[in-house]
Design a protein around this ligand. Structure first.
Ligand code: C5P
Length: 236
């Protein structure tokens, strides 16, 4: 299975289906809030039935009891990865994991749970001045990753720039899933901490999340294949 997760940031079922029809093999996709809020969770079931692997990126962040209940219901969908914000704290992340375990049907694999550290659209300045977190982004990200590990999570979402430090702090088995990927020459859009697939590979990122660089490309399938080639000599 590929290490590239394609972010399906579309607002309708029709766009998703026609996008996915271009691929002649199952891919790893990310379904986030844009698509879920437009189509409901039925779209998750439909994409799964097409044979694709799914990272359901709903970034839960609430009191532990609510997150536990939410995760319990998500676990029943049979997705491969789900996530919550590390900023919710260790108790919340533990509750998320408990909910997932409780909600996974017998005999099925518990979805991997990863924590969102600091969004790749957040700059150093934004973290300090708007979020009120002093210090360097890398230190907060590594601190959050350690919390996630302590809570029993399988890994984190971080930028490519932090993956190496996270593996050093949390071990190589701790997953680093990295958005903020841009091909050379592409616009950064709203992202701040970006890197190329090649650099992600060099930094030891386990999986990369690519949205607009693939979905808005002239030839999405070719671009996807090119990216997969660029990262084919990685750790997985
Ligand atoms: O189009 P682009 O490649 O920037 O899309 C990145 C995707 O990854 C989006 O769906 C965004 O929600 C998600 N994401 C992110 N940064 C994070 C966590 C998730 O960009 N830290």
């Amino acid at each position: 299975m590929s290490r590239t997760i394609i972010a399906l940031d579309f607002s309708s079922r029709e766009e998703v289906i026609s996008f996915l029809k271009q691929f002649d093999e199952p891919v790893y996709v990310k379904i986030g809030m844009e698509l879920t809020y437009a189509c409901g969770l039925d779209i998750v079931k439909e994409v799964k039935a097409m044979g694709h692997k799914i990272f359901l990126d709903l970034k839960l962040h609430d009191i532990p009891n609510t997150v536990k209940g939410g995760m319990k219901n998500l676990a029943a969908l049979g997705v491969d990865i789900v996530n919550c914000h590390c900023g919710g704290g260790i108790a919340m992340m533990r509750a998320a994991k408990e909910g997932l375990i409780e909600g996974t049907p017998e005999g099925k694999e518990v979805p991997k749970l990863i924590g969102v550290t600091i969004l790749t659209s957040t700059s150093q300045e934004g973290m300090n001045n708007e979020m009120g977190i002093p210090g360097k982004v890398i230190d907060t990200v590594v601190h959050y990753a350690k919390n996630a590990k302590e809570a029993g999570l399988d890994g984190v979402v971080c930028s490519v720039l932090e993956a190496k430090a996270i593996h050093e702090a949390c071990g190589n088995d701790f997953l680093t899933v990295t958005p903020g990927i841009r091909l050379a020459g592409n616009s950064k859009d709203d992202q701040k901490r970006v890197a190329t697939p090649e650099f992600a590979n060099e930094q030891g990122c386990d999986m990369i999340v690519v949205g607009r660089s693939i979905t808005k490309a002239e030839n999405p399938v070719e671009t996807y294949k090119q990216i997969e080639k660029e990262i084919s000599n990685g750790r997985i």
